[in-house]
Design a binder for this molecule. Structure first.
Ligand code: UFG
Length: 333
C-alpha cells in the first residue's frame, strides 16, 4: 500500500466499466494501486467503476484520447479489457470484431510505444485454441481459432509478441477459460441482460426471469453427455491481473498464461450445484447441440501458479454459482 500523489503512476484500464474490468478495478483499488479507466459505456456501467477511479468516457480507437489520458495520468502500464466478446455475433459481424478487438488493440499498442509505456496485460481467451485435440490444454497447444472472436484475439496476441521484439513492449497475455461468479462483496457482477453464458442463464431461469435453461446437447463424449468447461471465479481472475501487473512492474518478461483451475464441470454438474446451493430447482429443457461447442475445454493450469505465484481463493464451484446467484438476485428483475 502507498499514498497516492500527483506523481504516482497509474495503470490505464480499458473497459473498466465491464464485467471483468470492473472486478479488476476493485482488486487494484483494494491493493492500493492507482488506476484510470477509459470505457465507452457501450456495454459497461458507470456504477461498476469504484469511486476512487477516474472514468473517462470515450473510445480507445482514438489515439488522441489515449495519448491525452496516458500523459495526463502519468500512465506507466495498461490493462486491456475493452472489446467485443460474443462468439455467435462475431460470426455474423466479423469486421466489427476485427475492428473493435484487433484494430483498436493496434491503436492502443502503438500509443503505448509512442508514449514510452512498456507494460501491457491483455485479456485473451481460450477461444484461441479452437476445438483442441485433447485436454488439459497447455499454453503451447496449437492455436487454431474456429470463430472470428478467437481469431481477433489471437491476432492481437501476435501483434503484442512482435511489438515486444521490436519495441520492448512487455506483455502478459491471459487466456481466460469460462469466467463466472461475482464480487463476494457484491460491488459488481455480470450486468448485461442479454446473457448467453451458462451460469448466468441458469441463475436467470432459477429466478423466473426466463422460462427455462436450454441444455445444449446431451450426447457429447463426456461422462454425463454434456459439455465440460473450466469455470473460474472472476475474483480469482482479477487477482491474477494484479499479479501480472506487479510482475511487469518488477521488470518481468512477457508471458502467455492460461487462466483456469485445471478442473472441469459439466453442464449438468453446474445445474445440480446451483440447485444444491439455492435449494430450488432450475427449470431446464434438453436441447440440440449449439454449433461450435467443443466437448471439453479444461486449462493446464500450472504455469500461472509457477510464474505469478497465483493462488486461487474462490475455486469451489459452489462459491462461483452462489456469488453469481446473489448478484443476480440483486439486479432489477
Ligand atoms: N450452455 C447451455 N445452455 C445455455 C448456455 C450454455 O447448455 O443456455 C452450455 C454450452 O453449450 C457450453 C457450456 O454451457 O457447453 C458453456 O457455455 P458458455 O456459453 O457459458 O461458454 P462457452 O464455453 O461457450 O464460452 C467461453 C467463453 C467465450 C470463449 C469460449 C471459448 O465465454 O468467451 O469459452 O470456447 F470464447
Amino acid at each position: 500500500m502507498f499514498e497516492e500523489s500527483e506523481d504516482t503512476p497509474r495503470v490505464l484500464v480499458t473497459g473498466g466499466a465491464g464485467y471483468i474490468g470492473s472486478h479488476v478495478l476493485h482488486a487494484l483499488s483494494d491493493a492500493g494501486i492507482p488506476a484510470v479507466t477509459i470505457d465507452n459505456l457501450s456495454t459497461g456501467r458507470r456504477a461498476a467503476v469504484p469511486d476512487s477511479v477516474p472514468l473517462i468516457e470515450g473510445d480507445i480507437g482514438s489515439a488522441d484520447l489515449l495519448e491525452r489520458v496516458m500523459r495526463g495520468h502519468r500512465v506507466d502500464a495498461v490493462m486491456h479489457f475493452a472489446g467485443s466478446i460474443v462468439v455467435p455475433e462475431s460470426v455474423e459481424k466479423p469486421f466489427a470484431y476485427y475492428r473493435n478487438n484487433t484494430v483498436n488493440s493496434l491503436t492502443l499498442a502503438e500509443a503505448c510505444v509512442r508514449m514510452g509505456i512498456d507494460k501491457i496485460v491483455f485479456s485473451s481467451t481460450a477461444a484461441v485454441y479452437g476445438a483442441p485435440e485433447s485436454v488439459p490444454i497447455t499454453e503451447d497447444a496449437p492455436t487454431i481459432p474456429i470463430n472470428p472472436y478467437g481469431a481477433s484475439k489471437l491476432m492481437t496476441e501476435q501483434m503484442l509478441r512482435d511489438a515486444g521484439a521490436a519495441h520492448g513492449l512487455r506483455s502478459v497475455i491471459l487466456r481466460y477459460f469460462n469466467v463466472a461468479g461475482a464480487d463476494p462483496a457484491g460491488r459488481t457482477g455480470q450486468a448485461t441482460p442479454v446473457a448467453t453464458h451458462l451460469i448466468k442463464v441458469a441463475c436467470q431461469a432459477l429466478l423466473g426471469r426466463r422460462p427455462a435453461l436450454s441444455v445444449f446437447g446431451t450426447d457429447y463424449p463426456t461422462p454425463d453427455g454434456t459439455c465440460i468447461r473450466d469455470y473460474i471465479h472472476v475474483s480469482d481472475l482479477a487477482d491474477a491481473h494484479v499479479l501480472a501487473l506487479l510482475h511487469l512492474r518488477r521488470g518481468g518478461g512477457s508471458l502467455v498464461l492460461n487462466c483456469g483451475y485445471g478442473r472441469g464441470a459439466s453442464v449438468h454438474e453446474v445445474v445440480r450445484t446451483l440447485e444444491a446451493v439455492s435449494g430450488e430447482p432450475v427449470p431446464a429443457a434438453l436441447a440440440e447441440r449449439r454449433p461450435g461447442d467443443p466437448p471439453q475445454l479444461v486449462a493446464a493450469a500450472a504455469r500461472i501458479r509457477e510464474q505469478l505465484g497465483w493462488i486461487p481463493k474462490h475455486d469451489r464451484l459452489e462459491e462461483i454459482v452462489r456469488s453469481a446467484l446473489a448478484w443476480e438476485r440483486g439486479l432489477e428483475g
